[in-house]
Design a protein around this ligand. Structure first.
Ligand code: NDP
Length: 286
């Protein structure tokens, strides 16, 4: 066999980025499949993003992830943007098509893959309530609407942000959309099939925080999801379980957005179990 010492490079650009765990799962996946690939966690200040993208091109990186604060700014620096990432208004994954850098958004797709594959729930025809209207909520609600969810309720503290998301959803999707300002306890109605916490409530180190909701009127087969990856077992997950409800934690979304990226970059099926275990261990140690 011909000798080939050349490593293929991918990575994440963010600022700050030191606590971003994505590299742990991607490196574990490369090792498991015996691929000579490296995932680099790179700190890039906003004013250096354009230079960094030139560097991505010059060094021939096979792809990148973008995290805070680059998900929107990167869009002007790429050769093309996938239609759904355009509508969502943010790019978290870039892959290469020849010399062209193509931006896409795998956050909502990762959530959906977890919902379908792990929870075995098809969003088609479902009524979903989503807490939050930030980047994660935006990606999740659009993908749910594209996947045929019949009704979406957006619950958000900031009325302006909530209404902006609701207007964008009404404009670009055919789901029935409702906005509920989150000014007091949100009582999850019986009609809701799936509840998603897409806020940052419960994220480490604020692990005791619980979204201000009541499950008293919720149906007994309500499915409860959280986007918080660290810790995966949030107070919300615990509350739902104590009511006998089924749950899906934020580790699922994180792993699946990573598996989609891995597949786009390498063209190979991602070793999902290896990636999830690597992340779980990393969070245990943090
Ligand atoms: P943003 O800052 O864009 O949005 C945060 C959202 O949380 C807003 O809707 C905000 O409401 C709401 N919020 C925050 N604190 C409170 C509070 N105390 N009470 C009520 N609402 C609150 O963040 P992102 O959307 O980018 O990220 C949200 C979470 O999703 C993060 O914890 C992140 O770790 C997680 N995430 C997980 C991923 C995964 O793969 N598992 C992927 C991407 C994100 P308001 O508008 O009123 O400020």
């Amino acid at each position: 066999m011909a000798i080939n010492y050349k490593a293929e490079l991918v990575g994440v650009l963010g600022y700050p980025v030191a606590e971003n765990p994505t590299g742990v799962m991607q490196e574990a996946a490369f090792a498991a499949l015996g691929l000579n690939w490296r995932y680099l966690t790179m700190e890039v200040k906003p004013e250096n993003l354009a230079d960094a993208i030139r560097g991505v091109r010059a060094l021939g990186l096979r792809g990148i992830n973008l995290t805070i604060p680059h998900k929107v700014a990167v869009m002007a620096l790429l050769d093309d943007i996938a239609p759904d990432a355009k509508v969502i208004g943010a790019v978290n994954t870039v892959y290469r098509a020849g010399d062209r850098l193509i931006g896409t958004n795998t956050d909502g797709k990762g959530f959906l893959r977890g919902l379908r594959d792990e929870a075995e729930i098809d969003p088609k025809g479902r009524r979903v309530a989503v807490l939050g209207a930030g980047g994660a909520a935006r990606a999740i609600t659009f993908e749910l609407a594209f996947a045929g969810a019949s009704e979406l309720v957006v619950i958000n503290r900031s009325v302006e942000r909530g209404q902006q998301l609701v207007e964008a959803l009404r404009q670009d999707t055919s789901a029935a959309i409702e906005f509920v300002p989150w000014s007091s306890t949100y009582v999850v109605p019986q009609a809701i099939d799936v509840l998603v916490n897409a806020t940052s409530i419960g994220l480490y180190p604020d692990v005791e925080a619980l979204p201000d909701i009541s499950l008293d009127q919720a149906r007994s087969d309500l499915f409860v999801c959280d986007v918080i990856p660290n810790p995966p077992d949030t107070r919300l997950m615990q509350l739902a379980r104590s009511r006998g409800l089924r749950t899906l934690n934020g580790l699922s979304m994180l792993v699946h957005q990573g598996t989609i990226g891995f597949e786009l970059w390498t063209g190979q099926a991602a070793p999902e179990a290896v990636m999830k275990e690597a992340l779980r261990k990393a969070f245990e140690m943090s």
